[in-house]
Design a protein around this ligand. Structure first.
Ligand code: MLT
Length: 269
């Protein structure tokens, strides 16, 4: 991985392949490795930029509150540092999608197309936000282990947990290796994220909305309504998988993504 100097820390980023840039942004509390299933297939035709967000994987530590706005600004600065001037296709999963809304709002000129995987436009309810703050405090005292099992149960479809145990175990290892400070900071940042639903009709870049059939965090009905509210969105449901659709069924996801990339164009923006 390359290390990009940000002035106040470093971001670790996979930068491979040649072609139009695809920026892959991972979910919580993961790192770039959740996109490993996309790398072989896509790097022959696209430049793949797959960072570890600040606080995650090999990137610099974070503490306090990691806001979605801050993550979006980091990504824009990282693109500057890597000399990427062409608008990117932003592929975000879940928390990566929360960051995508802010990337659109704050760096619209850098956004060519959007791929929203298993994410929400709605903010947390007060109850969910309170729960996140309490979990943040517990993680700081008891460690990342306390969120691993409950998270894995919500991230993967029941069939994936039985049929692809190695993939689930690898995700557990990623969660366990994440700093409690970063987990707490991202939980606080997600708890205070703003409602993006009113922005949806104005986001006029070609958009692919992907949702796993059994997604328990951002269910199909909710993601279908995100797509319906966006002027240029296509909705795709992936059967048999959950919240981690691109990781659970990489070949299906890659095939859908490639087909859409070929058919959509940012030239007519
Ligand atoms: C994620 O996958 O990024 C998280 O489940 C998002 C969330 O907790 O809202």
């Amino acid at each position: 991985m390359r290390r990009v100097e940000m002035g106040d820390g470093q971001l670790a980023v996979v930068d491979e392949g040649v072609g139009p840039p695809l920026l892959f942004v991972h979910g919580f509390p993961l790192n770039h490795s959740m996109w490993n299933g996309q790398r072989d297939r896509l790097s022959s035709r696209y430049r793949l930029l797959i960072p570890d967000l600040r606080g995650f994987g090999g990137s610099s530590a974070v503490e306090g509150i990691a806001s979605m706005e801050g993550f979006a600004d980091d990504l824009a600065r990282m693109l500057d540092a890597l000399g990427v001037t062409e608008p990117v296709t932003f592929v975000g999963l879940s928390m990566g999608g929360y960051i995508a809304w802010q990337f659109w709002r704050r760096h619209a000129d850098r956004l060519g197309r959007l791929v929203l995987c298993d994410t929400r436009a709605l903010p947390d309810s007060e109850e969910v936000a309170r729960g996140r703050i309490m979990t943040a405090e517990r993680v700081l005292v008891q460690g990342a282990g306390i969120i691993a099992d409950p998270m894995l149960e919500r991230l993967f479809a029941p069939g994936t947990r039985t049929d692809a145990a190695a993939c689930v175990e690898a995700t557990r290892q990623v969660i366990m290796s994440t700093s409690p400070l970063s987990i707490a900071a991202a939980l606080r940042g997600m708890a205070q994220r703003v409602d993006a639903t009113a922005w949806l009709p104005a986001i006029d870049v070609p958009t692919l909305v992907v949702c796993g059939e059994h997604d328990a965090i951002s269910p199909p009905a909710e993601m279908r309504s995100i797509a319906a509210a966006m002027p240029r969105a296509t909705y795709v449901q992936m059967e048999g998988v959950g919240h981690m659709a691109p990781l659970e069924a990489p070949s299906v996801f890659n095939e859908r993504l490639e087909r859409w990339l070929e058919n959509s164009s940012d030239l007519d923006r």
